[in-house]
Design a protein around this ligand. Structure first.
Ligand SMILES: CSC[C@H]1O[C@H](OP(=O)(O)O)[C@H](O)[C@@H]1O
Ligand code: ADE
Length: 316
């Protein structure tokens, strides 16, 4: 029996290995053309009845290092379950005094400091595409989350602050930055730093999924001259509290979203902003399937909109 269709996929980061306050439906583990996702995917029902799918980016026991997270399988698996959007969570370092450990942030821009060793595209055969990435996070979903995450944090009453419109540096890791790098990132305009928003957000774009990141600050990285540099132990201190608030925020915003789109179908546009965006990004779309039937077959998994029909045999 095929899995029921989900509305939103949630990717949990460090410390966030499950969601709370949802009704368990089933666990699935889709084998995608890019392998298995980081963890089995838990499908749960929101109080309104809509379904959400959760996977743990680093595996349930945190066994997957940031450079080898199977991001293509993760995004492909969530899309195959019907997800229209991805709400991702990440533990991040703060590059700004005003963003304290424990604060929540919604970044709007990314600076890439990964080293080209991660598989970063679904288009690796002879079907070529250049996704637009000027706005790496979906604007409509981001604007909606600005309001709803703030509401959730207010309801939780722990005094947690929300920062919006921030720039996140994505570094390779797994080691943390030097002091010089941390200072340089501040000069570049970086506000936050993590090791996992890329290529995840790029792959979501290629799969035409709306994507938003809820970044939870755990430390001040290594730019403060009179303070010790960041250590994993320091990060772990804040992870548990951040994960508990993330679960509260996720349950609240997902239910609000599901209720909103059920009451007013025009609000589905919050989740469909990226739909159609790849149409003019794929060079020679009309010939793609015949040029490389193997690649077209794989791509049909993430973009059935363009590659869903069986490749046409040019000899037939
Ligand atoms: C545990 S410290 C560094 C680690 O934490 C973040 O993970 P995630 O983004 O999945 O929450 C960061 O990106 C690093 O992978
Ligand atoms: N300082 C830091 N650098 C990179 N990734 C992080 N995740 C949490 N804190 C981080």
């Amino acid at each position: 029996m095929s899995a029921p269709e989900v509305l939103v996929g949630v990717i949990g980061g460090s410390g966030l290995y499950h969601l709370d306050n949802l009704t368990f439906v089933e666990t699935v583990n889709p084998a995608t053309p890019w392998g298995l996702p980081s963890s089995p995917i838990t499908i749960s029902r929101l109080p309104s009845g809509a379904l959400v799918a959760f996977l743990a980016r680093h595996g349930i026991g945190h066994t997957i290092s940031p450079s080898v997270v199977p991001s293509r399988a993760n995004i492909a698996a969530l899309k195959s379950l019907g997800a229209r959007a991805i709400l991702a969570f990440s533990a991040v370092g703060s590059l700004r005094e005003e963003i304290a450990p424990g604060d929540f942030c919604l970044p709007s821009q990314i600076i890439d400091r990964t080293k080209g060793i991660r598989a970063g595209s679904f288009f690796t055969g002879s079907i070529v595409a250049h996704a637009s990435f000027a706005d790496p996070f979906s604007k409509k979903l981001g604007a909606w989350l600005e309001v709803k995450v703030a509401e959730a944090l207010e309801k939780e009453e722990r005094g947690i602050r929300l920062h919006i419109d921030k720039t996140i540096i994505c570094m390779e890791g797994p080691q943390f930055s030097t002091r010089a790098e941390s200072l340089m990132y501040r000069q570049w305009g970086g506000d936050l730093i993590n090791m996992s928003v890329l290529p995840e957000s790029k792959l979501a774009k290629e799969a035409e999924l709306s994507y938003a990141l809820i970044a939870t600050a755990t430390d001040y990285d290594s730019w403060r001259p009179s303070e010790a540099g960041v250590t994993a132990a320091e990060v772990f201190k804040t992870l548990k509290a951040n994960a508990s608030t993330s679960r509260f925020v996720a349950a609240y915003v997902l239910e609000e979203l599901a209720r909103a789109v059920a009451a007013d179908p025009s609000l589905m546009s919050i989740l469909s902003e990226e739909q159609g965006s790849m149409k003019f990004s794929i060079t020679r779309l009309s010939c793609a399937a015949t040029d490389d039937p193997e690649a077209a077959k794989q791509l049909a998994y993430v973009l059935p909109e363009y590659f869903g029909t069986p490749p046409i045999d040019p000899e037939a």
